[in-house]
Design a protein around this ligand. Structure first.
Ligand code: ATP
Length: 294
């Protein structure tokens, strides 16, 4: 079982030829609401990739909250740890351009109330094969969840997004950090993935830097280094490619696969997701991942 202690947002997605500049108004082609948030995305990605997943977090008492709960439930995610709090659910305002690039504004809403794991959350974390964390919740909550996992020797995967300074207590409890290239540079102050990887490994045991269509770079303190290419596909929307990658990586590792095989599994899942629109709507099932791998 994998636990995800994280955010749930309703993604409000506008599709447009080119994202507007400041002060500019442009007409989009289309608009959709899609359940998202890095936490919910990773929970759905992991559930589709074939494990039991418990989602620990909060939604508001608005219509978006009910829709988010329903979407997680439909994906097979256990939502007993999803609290409802007064006020708005988290939202992400996303602009997707015709090249498949995106820009995003997140308003935390209910996610901002998740300042630490409850007693039930701690019990779920302790029973898990892995805990997945991101940075769309208050930092104190993320740190407390990571430390709860560390006490129970549960591996902790951290997606350090949106990028912000990482306290030592958090890094000390993280097993595997999975930034994209920009986040890796922001955290380490070092540019270039190889150098950023070295800098990250001074702080955590393992790191995977995702490099978009250039694949991903893995390193461990033991000195092991691996590079996994991305499949050559036509990307239509890269939203949640990173979340799909980390969800699938944690599943493969929890099943006992070696890192090289787990990285191939994750990269295959992420390449499938970029070929479809949206966040949760784009994530492949286990069957699709296995088919693409063979
Ligand atoms: P996002 O914020 O859009 O969710 P990200 O910036 O966190 O994504 P990326 O590094 O862009 O993460 O992508 C994560 C992984 O997804 C990559 O390591 C790669 O395996 C896969 N991927 C991303 N873009 C492409 C692409 N154009 N073609 C194939 N695979 C891709």
């Amino acid at each position: 079982m994998i636990s995800v202690f994280g955010s749930a947002n309703m993604d409000l997605v506008a599709y447009v030829a080119q994202a507007p500049e400041r002060g500019e108004t442009v007409t989009g082609h289309r608009f959709r609401t899609i359940p998202g948030g890095k936490g919910a995305n990773q929970a759905i990605a992991a559930a589709r990739a074939g494990v039991q997943v418990a989602f620990l977090g909060a939604v508001g008492d608005d219509g978006f909250g009910a829709e988010l709960r329903a979407a997680l439930t439909e994906a097979g995610v256990d939502v007993r740890g999803l609290r409802q709090v007064p006020g708005s659910s988290g939202i992400a305002h996303i602009v997707v351009d015709d090249d498949g690039g995106n820009s995003i504004i997140v308003v935390p809403g209910a996610n901002g109330t998740v300042t630490g794991p409850s007693g039930e959350d701690m019990a779920a974390i302790a029973r898990s094969d892995a805990l997945l964390l991101q940075l769309e919740l208050p930092m104190e909550g993320v740190v407390a969840a990571a430390q709860a996992a560390q006490v129970s020797r549960v591996p902790v995967y951290l997606t350090p997004a949106p990028a912000r300074p990482l306290p030592h207590e958090l890094l000390g409890a993280v097993t595997t950090i999975v930034p994209n290239e920009h986040e890796a540079a922001a955290i380490t102050g070092v540019s270039g993935p190889e150098a950023a990887l070295d800098a990250l490994l001074e702080q955590v045991q393992e790191a995977v830097i995702t490099l978009g269509s250039d694949g991903a770079l893995y390193g461990a303190r033991s000195g092991e280094r691996l590079r996994v290419p991305a499949a050559a596909v036509k990307a239509v929307d890269t939203t949640a490619a990173g979340d799909t990658f980390v969800g699938a990586l944690a599943v493969a590792r929890a099943e006992g696969r070696g890192m090289a095989e787990a990285l191939r599994f994750a990269s295959t899942a992420a390449a499938l997701s970029v070929q479809r629109e949206g966040a949760s709507t784009s994530m492949p099932t286990r069957h699709e991942i296995e088919n693409a791998l063979s």
